[in-house]
Design a protein. Structure first.
Length: 74
């Protein structure tokens, strides 16, 4: 199973929906606010950060599917 790609725009919309600032949102996935700002402005989000976004902010099902994909189970 392939883990879906997250764009900076999708991450920004999710962050705004959650009512979080960039420091709070990106800090949860071990990224600095400045990196999050670059991602939200169009720079590609590195794959490891995308995986952490799925785990940190995805639904329980999305989180489980992501972890299974990483383990090679799905």
């Amino acid at each position: 199973m392939k883990i879906p790609t997250i764009t900076g725009e999708q991450a920004k919309q999710q962050r705004l929906k959650l009512g979080m600032n960039q420091t709070e949102y990106w800090g949860r996935v071990i990224s600095k606010q400045s990196a999050g700002s670059r991602y939200e402005s169009g720079r590609e989000i590195p794959r490891p950060v995308q995986v952490l976004l799925h785990i940190a902010y995805g639904s329980p099902i999305r989180c489980e599917v992501t972890v299974q994909a990483l383990r090679g189970v799905a």
